[in-house]
Design a protein around this ligand. Structure first.
Ligand code: PLP
Length: 463
């Protein structure tokens, strides 16, 4: 099983190397050279399996010989043991033929735990084999950072640095990043927005001397191993609703396009997904790109669904690569346009391919609040603002085919927005008690590459 870069010139890697590398050296993202297929009978056989067993069967063909079967089963078991729900990703019903996939029962109450807990286990196992040490640097709009810290805190072969936009994450999100006391955890509040955080992270990866000096590894949603972990719950949800004998549609609250891209991989493997609906908040670059064919950055407008406040949607490059018939040079050309002019135009044929693969919709701030209130009234379910964006965008697509909307975070992660919409202040689950009492540890950093690199070199004892 080989992985190739979306920009066509980085070396092909196996699964373990692609996981450790994150961003390819040509600036591209790794994707499988060919997507393994799951026959209808293999999909049908997932019915009744535990989440862990389904995870093993769905992911195994992507791993090559990075781990033995027994090792991989043990890593999966450890990754999901800390979840607060026996089903890991339970489905609840909102309305006739509309279901909510609750992805917020992990340790940091957002779907990113599914991927981060597993990649933490896999990286630790790979490092233990090789005896090497790495530095993980992540950029976060809120949820990735806490999920990464939760997955890597206290590991002896890893230092973890998380860049988050100062003042633009919720208090719960911030405290989840700033209260862990392990000395290998470093929360950095960057003076800028999430796109600045992502841009500085990319700069570090493109600065090979620094990258090699600190053993830089990435766990952002561009990491293929994270995408892969998210493929699993599309299978478990769809099989619960009758796949492979019946089609299922999904609506996905989207920012960096990682979660919905995982859905498109599930479909490419053979899962009968009808529609995959991209749901954006007012930062709607993806919806505009799919509707107009022009991908144009416009600056971020902070919203009540902050984990989707992005302008550059990194994983979209993977979908673009497929839509451009896997022409890495063509992808590199569009990305150069984006860098130089803040926009690119999707060629007509590729646009048609993308539109065949992905529907889309946008949800304003008022519509988000209204969806939270309406869903509570009609189903008793309290949604986080991101999940509410999904529910709002899904509604026009409801019909004969069951629709699954992904609930990407627990409402208690965003208590102010939920209370403003409903008058109810959602409580944190009991296992999170104490979050507001623990001391915070955070370093304010400028939006400056040299300053960031100096800090990381110093903290990791390389200078
Ligand atoms: C990260 C995140 C998203 C967006 O997911 P992508 O994979 O970046 O599209 C949506 N909702 C929540 C709560 C998140 O943390």
């Amino acid at each position: 099983m080989k992985y190739v870069s979306t920009r066509g010139t980085a070396p092909e890697l196996d699964f373990g190397a692609a996981m450790m590398t994150g961003l390819a050296r040509d600036g591209g993202l790794y994707v499988p050279a060919a997507v393994p297929q799951m026959a209808p009978a293999d999909i049908a056989a997932l019915a009744g399996a535990s989440y862990e067993d389904a995870a093993f069967r769905v992911m195994r063909p992507f791993l090559g010989d990075t781990f033995t079967d027994d090792e991989f089963r043990a890593l999966i078991a450890r990754a999901y043991a800390g979840f607060g729900h026996a089903a890991r990703a339970p489905l609840v019903q909102l309305a006739p033929n509309h279901f909510l996939l609750e992805l917020f029962h992990g340790p940091t109450l957002a779907f990113k735990d599914f991927a981060m807990q597993l990649i933490g286990q896999m990286m630790q196992a790979a490092l233990a084999k090789s005896g090497s040490r790495i530095t993980i640097v992540g950029a976060t709009s809120g949820d990735t950072g806490s999920a990464a810290i939760e997955a890597f805190r206290g590991l002896s072969n890893v230092d973890v640095f998380i860049l988050f936009p100062h003042g633009r994450v919720s208090e719960v999100q911030r405290r989840q990043m700033t209260t862990p006391s392990e000395s290998n955890v470093h929360a950095l509040a960057l003076e800028g927005d999430f796109d600045d955080c992502q841009a500085r992270l990319k700069d570090m990866f493109n600065h090979f001397e620094f990258r090699d000096a600190v053993g830089l590894a990435g766990v952002n949603s561009i990491n293929w191993a994270r995408v892969l972990a998210q493929v699993v719950y599309y299978f478990t949800a769809a099989v619960s609703l009758g796949a492979p004998h019946r089609q299922v549609n999904f609506t996905v609250p989207t920012g960096n396009f990682g979660d919905i891209y995982a859905g498109s991989i599930a479909r490419a493997m053979g899962l009968p997904i009808g529609q995959l609906v991209v749901a954006t908040n007012q930062n709607d670059i993806l919806h505009r790109a799919l509707t107009t064919g022009v991908y144009r950055t416009e600056g971020v407008r902070p919203s009540i669904s902050p984990s989707m406040d992005i302008q550059v949607s990194s994983n979209f490059e993977r979908a673009l690569f497929d839509a451009l018939s896997r022409d890495g040079a063509a992808v590199a050309g569009l990305m150069a346009d984006l860098r130089d002019t803040g926009a690119f135009t999707i060629p007509q044929g590729a646009l048609e391919g993308l539109r065949a693969g992905f529907a889309s919709g946008r949800c304003s701030e008022d519509e988000t609040a209204a969806a939270i209130a309406r869903t509570l009234e009609t189903s008793g379910e309290l949604l986080c603002p991101h999940s509410a964006v999904g529910v709002h965008v899904a509604e026009p697509y409801l019909g004969d085919v069951p629709m699954v909307t992904l609930a990407t975070a627990h409402p208690a992660k965003f208590p102010d927005a939920v209370e403003a919409a409903t008058g109810i202040r959602p409580a944190l689950p009991p296992r999170m008690a104490g979050l507001f009492d623990r001391p915070e540890r955070v370093t304010r950093v400028p939006n400056d590459l040299a300053a960031l690199e100096a800090l990381i070199l110093e903290r990791t004892g390389r200078k």
